[in-house]
Design a protein around this ligand. Sequence first.
Ligand code: GDP
Ligand code: IMO
Ligand code: MG
Length: 425
Amino acid sequence: MANNIAVVGAQWGDEGKGKIIDILSRDADYVVRYQGGNNAGHTVVVGNEEIILHLVPSGILHKGKICIIGNGVVIDPEALLAEIDYLKQKKISVNGNLLISEEAHLIFPYHKVLDKLREEKFRKTKIGTTGKGIGPCYTDKFSRCGIRVADLYNRKLFREKLECNMEEKNAIFQKVYGYNKFSFDSIYRDYIRFAARIKPLVVNCSVVINEAIRKKKKVLFEGAQGTLLDIDHGTYPFVTSSNSTSGGACVGTGVGPTRIDKVIGVVKAYTTRVGEGPFPTEFTSRLMKNIRSRGKEFGATTGRPRRCGWFDTVGVRHAVNVNGLDGIVVTKLDVLDKMPMLKVCVAYSYRGKTYTSYPADLEVLWKAKPVYEELPGWESDTSGIKEFSKLPKNARGYIRRLEKLVGARVEMISIGSERNQTLFI
Ligand code: GDP
Ligand code: IMO
Ligand code: MG
């Protein structure tokens, strides 16, 4: 069995990664987030309790697992502390089992405000972000003016960096957006206070994980968002600002690619997307309402209704390539239980050309017509089924067809949000 596994979203996020990570965590020693921030919303259901994780890895529900927030993640300290308090309230221990990388970049209040102001002012190019300051924080990281966790513990450096950032940001806020200046003192004070609270959690993430790997411990890398939201491989510019694909697991934790044994992609049995951007297989209104309500498709972070559509094998084939997927997990099969007929997109067609690999041209993505294959539905309840072989014939047929079209083996199927509603093949 593979020791170190990366789990990534293979569509536009919300594929059910949280549930799958929670299940795979049983066999892991470490669970590590490597990119994104609290734009993520990973749901784990245990009995009647629904736990939504934004920054803390979804392995936290299992006792004795070490959870790490890697260097590639952007951390809003206020959100992190609120999440730790939320978990404590739910009697989930975060004592000694949660670590954060000293190299992770920090989200500041001006990042969050800038994220929202930009979306409001430039409506034509609006991305529909979560408003958590993710893009502006990564922008600072790549412009080399970002502030990292480690910087908080060098007061002189922290003060200088924050002053320099705020001088530039306040000028932008006033001149471009007509927005009030931020006060240096209150931000500085707040972050010094956060620094004291998180100090016991701060580690060199790369050293911790590499030592664990040398000792043959099992590490699970938890992707956030999904392949089509990846900054390089997604539907740019309607993407998030990090590498959510498997390559991100290496740079976002300080672990070499030779140390990751396996990559698993999570897909829904259909497709969803939150926010703006092209979505070739998007449903029209009747089906949209139906699947949204059956699948409870509302964002775990922002509560926004998710856009829904048919399964798109062009997108998932792309995910198989760019992540090097060894296997896939299909979730939410039960949501399709009542459908008499299902469509699967096998290619896009635009101006007489057929696209079977993912087009980079946004015009094609916006305007292309999906080429569909139709498959019969199973019209029966799958949510209580315990073995793959007991699924209705047409449900097995649907899974086998997806497997063939995307070119990766289906290893697990999820037929409900609970842990025991999972079939292993
Ligand atoms: P993530 O961001 O990839 O972790 O996914 P989210 O948690 O944002 O969204 C997935 C939603 O689907 C959550 O509410 C899960 O509880 C739920 N879910 C996961 N797997 C299944 C499934 O097989 N069937 C159903 N009906 N719901 C599921
Ligand atoms: P999980 O990990 C679904 C989307 C936003 C928006 C775009 C950019 O739960 O799958 P951002 O705030 O990141 O700058 O927004 O990305 N987005 C997600 N969509 N699931 C997520 O995370 C997402 N995180 C960001 O809706 O379209
Ligand atoms: Mg989510």
